[in-house]
Write a protein that binds this ligand. Structure first.
Ligand SMILES: [Zn+2]
Length: 279
């Protein structure tokens, strides 16, 4: 136990209904690497933009080729300590909404139910023409069938199920269209350069308004779509705690900063809760 543990437990005791905002740091233990280092800077080339994906065939072929290789890592990822601890906090009635910037679905897999996937889900594919949503696992079967020569490659996976395959020829990669209408398929995630759907933003702000305080877990808050909720909480005078290794964009807005590994810290918090605090 550290002083930070006590302070975090006090914070969670004093503020009954938490608005939890999570990021990539919650999923690194599950084998899904973080985009950013402890200073919030890019560790890898920044991901493809919506404009490049929709506007350029070569970019799209390259994206799906990399996704074909990276998908098994995403599909096989299992919840880690942070996911499990947050599900426990929800079970004892402390979580109003868990808003995640992750697209891996691991909070749901851990048993959290009051979740909102701010940036969508990598396990779903959406047609940009008819808006039909289908399973990414089903698309994997189609991708492999059309591109058998790619099926045996392996590469490091990135947070969006992408993989490093620089230097390969993507020009022959065969990308399936929507089986229903022939439209363009896209992972059902918010790409860089794309807006978060409005209904999702409205639902998140409503939950923030109903919350007593904000708990940020495993996020550097460098992406504005997540940071704005912390900004709004600060403007509304709601206390904000963050558990994150390294700097966050909101450091000057925080009531409490716990610079410890998020999985271990939240596990100790959840355990303490179950022992000593009535739900
Ligand atoms: Zn379609």
């Amino acid at each position: 136990m550290t002083v930070s543990d006590d302070a975090l437990a006090d914070f969670a005791t004093q503020h009954r209904k938490l608005f939890v905002l999570t990021g990539a740091g919650c999923s690194t233990d599950s084998g899904i690497p973080d985009y950013r280092d402890a200073n919030g800077d890019w560790k890898r080339p920044s991901p493809v933009t919506f404009q490049a994906f929709t506007g350029d065939d070569a970019t799209r072929r390259r994206y799906w080729a990399r996704s074909l290789i990276g998908w098994p890592t995403m599909a096989n990822a299992r919840p880690g300590a942070a996911h499990r601890a947050l599900a426990q906090l929800e079970a004892v009635g402390r979580v109003g909404l868990l808003l995640t910037q992750n697209v891996d679905g691991l909070h749901d897999a851990a048993g959290s139910r009051a979740t909102l996937d701010l940036h969508g889900r990598i396990d779903t594919v959406c047609c940009l023409s008819c808006a039909t949503r289908t399973s990414r696992a089903d698309l994997q079967v189609m991708l492999r069938a059309r591109n058998p020569q790619w099926g045996t490659l392996e590469a490091r996976a990135a947070p969006d199920g992408d993989a490093d395959l620089d230097g390969l020829d993507f020009s022959a990669f065969d990308v399936p269209d929507c089986p229903r209408c022939g439209g363009m398929l896209k992972p059902d995630v918010v790409f860089f350069g794309e807006s978060v759907p409005r209904d999702r933003v409205v639902a998140a702000f409503a939950a923030l308004e109903a919350a007593d305080a904000v708990l940020v877990a495993g996020s550097s808050l460098m992406v504005y779509s997540g940071y704005r909720f912390v900004q709004a909480a600060a403007a509304a005078g709601k206390p904000i705690a963050a558990v994150n290794l390294g700097r966050t964009r909101a450091d000057d807005l925080l009531t409490l900063k716990v610079e410890q590994p998020v999985g271990d810290t939240l596990t100790r918090l959840a355990a303490r809760w179950e022992r000593s605090v009535p739900g």
